[in-house]
Design a protein around this ligand. Structure first.
Ligand SMILES: [Cu+2]
Length: 284
């Protein structure tokens, strides 16, 4: 909840920072890092909420408990077995019950982690029946978004805005020239491919991170709970401009999505982008 407040405040601050606020910028920026932030970006899907739970309720307590245990053992050894306190060292080399314990206990910890971990993996990889499919094609160094035939069948390139092109409310290295739009509350299947090298399509607020691999179709999905602007980045080092291929996704109401589609169909009708139908999934 605190995360939401935090990010919303940042969004409002971004809105207030310039006199010209375009229509697109009327949406609150929710899925972007803010300065001083610790932890995850605000979750906007059930998958990301579960990832947060897994981290905060399972991994973090285990990590802290093990660290404190090791620290306590070290401190005890330093205190109890230093040369002054213990001048004659023990010659014991084996302690069977102790050895069984330090094998079985870590194994149990791994079992405890494995159960929610595999559940989460299944949740990410078993894709529910989608309401729409968004085709994401990675290239050095930008993304291309392809919309289904039912929505107009157009595609367009999405490139990072250069510093000189930034408008009030834009975020340096995250804002793009053409953002992708998706409707809120709809299951969006992502078909992710690459035209050249391995990239990775990631949107932290959606719990999505999937490799874009040449010659292979990778799928992911999300169902955004809230409207807003959400950012991500290529997360696999893919060459010199790897840091300059951000992801910007606007989650909007169904009506706003339809309105955007109407404009986008015209705008991108003759665009040079990758044709959705032509992108070969099997490359030589
Ligand atoms: Cu990349």
């Amino acid at each position: 909840m605190g995360g939401w407040l935090f990010a919303t405040r940042a969004g409002v601050a971004a809105l207030g920072s310039g006199a010209i606020v375009s229509a697109a910028r009327a949406e609150a920026i929710l899925g972007a890092p803010v300065s001083g932030q610790i932890g995850f970006l605000p979750a906007n899907t059930i998958v990301q909420s579960d990832i947060e739970w897994f981290h905060n309720a399972i991994l973090l307590p285990i990590t802290i408990a093990i660290s404190l245990l090791v620290l306590a053992l070290l401190a005890y050894v330093v205190y109890r077995f230093n040369e002054q306190a213990n001048p004659v060292a023990s010659r014991n080399a084996h302690n069977t019950p102790l050895e069984i314990a330090w094998t079985v206990l870590p194994a149990l910890v791994l079992v405890v982690i494995a159960v929610p971990s595999f559940r989460l993996l299944a949740q990410q990889l078993i894709i529910p029946a989608p309401d729409m499919t968004l085709k994401v094609t990675a290239s050095q160094w930008h993304w291309n978004y392809g919309y289904p035939k039912s929505d107009g069948g157009f595609s367009f390139d999405s490139l990072v805005k250069e510093d000189k092109d930034l408008k009030p409310g834009d975020i340096r290295l995250l804002s793009v020239d053409n953002a992708a739009y998706v409707p809120v509350g709809k299951i969006v299947e992502l078909d992710v491919v690459s035209q050249d090298v391995i990239h990775s399509f990631s949107i932290p607020s959606f719990g999505v991170k999937i490799d874009a691999i040449p010659g292979r179709l990778n799928k992911a999905w999300f169902k955004a709970d809230h409207e807003g602007v959400f950012y991500g980045q290529c997360s696999n080092i893919c060459g010199i401009d790897h840091a300059f291929m951000p992801v910007e996704i606007h989650v909007v109401s169904q009506d706003a999505y339809q309105a955007w589609l109407e404009g986008a169909k015209k705008q991108f009708a003759g665009a040079d982008g990758v044709d959705v139908a032509q992108t070969s999934l099997v490359r030589p």
